[in-house]
Design a protein around this ligand. Structure first.
Ligand code: DOR
Length: 369
């Protein structure tokens, strides 16, 4: 439900071909692309260009979100096929400018009027030096995240349907009035695992402490969606001094393999994993459900019952690195999309990737026919 496929002028980090292959090799057949591209997806022409780029190069199914700032024509973005709005940056992050509280309230009212979903990046930032993983965690603190969630709740006077992206703490999950998403990196990594000046682990919201990471697993039942927030940056960019390095972690290929390993360990169940990575995201975005019933999208992946150690050399993202080096995971041997094998034992086969527009597009379509 949450990837940054990059492309365009950011193709050195990733593009639709490398990003979608990375998704498939990890057992993901649909990606939902975020609008903090260069240029951002806040105009009809930027949306149409993004769509053409995805249609030309994606190997997997996809949907595309629209940005939502005060000048975005949200009504027409909805009609031309945005799946949802956002992530709307309630705090600035890589390539995303922050929106103020008053503006957020107005934008939510317009999105709510369309009965569309607003997806929100909720953080509060303190002006303290941000020199390493610890100070990054302090500058974008757990308490600040929960406060930001409360502030979004207050701004949403119109009752727009809200989805909170990548929440990193139990307090934020508990505060949210809306659906909640958690990433694999907040479930599997804590800032204490790494050297303090390691900018490869710089991400927004930040990695938290080991105690908070474990507490997040205890809220498994409250988590509606697990999404990768796949945010690739090049090795050269991540080698910059911590303060200058871009925030973001790649993860679309390792998300399901890490979680399937937890199924083998009997920490989580297969139905709960399917619910959080497919059924709920599909329902939130009106994407046809995958499954084995007549009429379902015939997308599935076959996983062996053995784990391997993750190594960046075998992954497909152009960024060429992973924070999960050496972690145990279960990669799919075969991935099926629309009833046809699309990936098998390291080889990609030709499929027919589809675009899933939001239901604003379908309504507009029906009216014109
Ligand atoms: O760390 C992040 N990187 N958080 C975001 O919300 C955006 C992302 C990116 O696009 O690099």
């Amino acid at each position: 439900m949450h990837v940054h496929m990059r492309g365009g002028v950011q193709s050195e980090k990733e593009d639709w071909q490398s990003g979608s292959r990375s998704a498939l090799a990890g057992g993901v057949t649909v990606v939902v692309d975020q609008p903090n591209t260069i240029p951002p997806i806040t105009t009809e022409s930027a949306f149409q260009n993004r769509l053409k780029e995805a249609q030309a190069h994606s190997f997997c199914h996809f949907a595309i979100n629209s940005g939502a700032d005060v000048n975005t024509p949200v009504e027409s973005m909805w009609k031309i096929g945005a799946a949802a709005f956002g992530e709307i940056f309630f705090a600035p992050s890589s390539y995303g400018e922050a929106i103020g509280e008053a503006t957020l309230g107005q934008v939510l009212e317009r999105i709510g009027g369309l009965r569309a979903l607003a997806t929100i990046h909720a953080e509060r930032i303190s002006p303290i030096p941000d020199r390493d993983l610890r100070s990054h965690d302090k500058a974008r603190s757990s308490a600040g995240e929960a406060e930001a969630v409360h502030a979004v709740n207050r701004c949403n006077q119109s009752g727009c349907k809200v989805h909170f992206c990548h929440l990193s703490t139990p307090a934020a999950l508990d505060a949210a009035l809306g659906s909640v998403e958690v990433t694999p990196h907040h479930l599997f990594l804590s800032r204490e695992f790494f050297g303090q000046d390691d900018a490869f682990l710089k991400v927004n919201p930040p990695l938290r402490t080991e105690r908070e990471r474990k507490a997040l697993w205890e809220r498994w039942g409250r988590i509606d969606v697990i999404a990768s927030d796949h945010a690739p940056h090049s090795i050269e960019e991540k080698h910059a001094p911590f303060v200058d390095a871009p925030a973001g972690i790649p993860g679309v290929e390792t998300m399901m393999p890490l979680l399937v390993a937890k199924v083998l360990e009997r920490i989580i169940s297969v139905p709960s994993l399917i619910q959080k990575t497919m059924t709920t995201p599909a329902a939130l975005l009106a994407i046809p459900e995958a499954g084995f019933n007549v009429g379902n999208r015939a997308d599935f992946a076959l996983y062996p019952k053995t784990t391997v150690r993750i190594t960046a050399d075998t992954l497909h993202s152009r960024c060429g690195w992973t924070p999960y080096e050496n972690c145990r995971a279960v990669f799919p041997g075969t991935v099926v999309m629309d009833g046809s094998i699309i990936y098998q034992d390291g080889e990609f086969l030709k499929g027919s990737p589809q675009w899933f527009p939001g239901h604003g597009y379908r309504n507009a379509d029906r009216q014109s026919t």
